[in-house]
Design a protein. Structure first.
Length: 133
């Protein structure tokens, strides 16, 4: 059985592919070649300590998932990032158990920043979700 992080990441990537006009990546390592884009990756996996204590079950995991929305800097950058973030949130709320893979995929936070590290200035909105299985 694959690691749960991998399954969660791939399930979310498949959901994000329903959003028109964006390129979806299942990693944050490869260079982004088309904008706007969405990059999905996991940042942390924890064992549910309460379940270990109560039932000795170490298979229940809490996984932090980041969804980066990246777009070229423009006069309406914040609006374009928010519009795509809305579509991301709609896709996840319509399937927040990832077809039974997790018990819940819960929104945690959004951070937005401007980056001029690449050849062009881009804006990045990072949506963080917490998945429990």
């Amino acid at each position: 059985m694959p690691v749960i992080r991998k399954e969660i990441r791939h399930a979310i990537v498949n959901l994000m592919k329903n959003i028109p006009g964006v390129t979806v990546y299942s990693s944050r390592v490869y260079p982004i070649s088309e904008l706007p884009s969405i990059s999905v990756y996991t940042t942390e996996e924890l064992v549910d300590e309460e379940l270990i204590t109560m039932a000795g079950d170490d298979t229940k995991r809490i996984v932090s998932v980041s969804i980066d929305i990246i777009n070229k800097a423009s006069i309406d950058l914040d609006d374009s990032l928010d519009d795509i973030a809305y579509l991301v949130e709609q896709e996840i709320s319509a399937n927040n158990d990832l077809n039974g893979l997790v018990s819940c995929l819960q929104y945690s936070e959004t951070t937005t920043e401007l980056s001029a590290d690449s050849e062009m200035a881009v804006g990045v909105s990072k949506l963080t979700y917490i998945a429990t299985n």
